[in-house]
Write a protein that binds this ligand. Structure first.
Ligand code: RP5
Length: 158
């Protein structure tokens, strides 16, 4: 249901967090390496066929000149969540953030924080939860757990 793609295997350490939280929330995903610059034809084919493969939302992570999320968004009408990855050659990650965030009018990418793959996974599941009551209930339980962790912190503090 969720398609996770990244520009390079070097992005996997970050992007794995999206896969992990999606799995934890009981949703299916597929994961692949698709590079805007090194495999542009594969990128277009991926975006063009995603809907017919049952993908409902795409999470795309990339670093540096991080064009993958934006270019995928230009080819599909599915929502695209962009994860700026701080790659080894990046300028403190600003290159990745701005490449993904500053999309032109008409082609949105929902950009999460630098290395924010976990939030990208949660956001993707929340999109699926709009129409799926079972997913919505799982998410409600997840939020309850977040809340009780803060309660635990307060108990520990006192
Ligand atoms: C981007 O270039 C990738 O998304 C990665 O973050 C960065 C570096 O890629 P490698 O040179 O490590 O393959 O396309």
């Amino acid at each position: 249901m969720v398609g996770i793609i990244m520009g390079s295997i070097s992005d996997l350490k970050v992007m794995q967090e999206a896969a992990d939280v999606i799995k934890e929330l009981g949703v299916d995903y597929e994961i692949d390496i698709v590079s805007a610059h090194r495999t542009p034809i594969k990128m277009v084919e991926y975006a063009q066929t995603a809907r017919e493969r049952g993908i409902k939302v795409i999470i795309a992570g990339a670093g540096g000149a991080a064009h993958l999320p934006g270019m995928v968004a230009s080819v599909t009408t599915l929502p695209v969540i962009g994860v700026p990855v701080k790659s080894s050659n990046s300028i403190d990650g600003w290159d990745s953030v701005l490449s993904i965030l500053q999309m032109p009018s008409g082609v949105p990418v929902a950009t999460v924080a630098l290395n924010g793959a976990k939030n990208a996974g949660i956001l993707a599941v929340q999109m699926l939860g709009i129409e799926n009551p079972v997913i919505a209930e799982t998410l409600a339980e997840y939020k309850k757990q977040l809340s009780s962790k803060v309660d635990d912190m307060v108990t520990e503090l006192k």
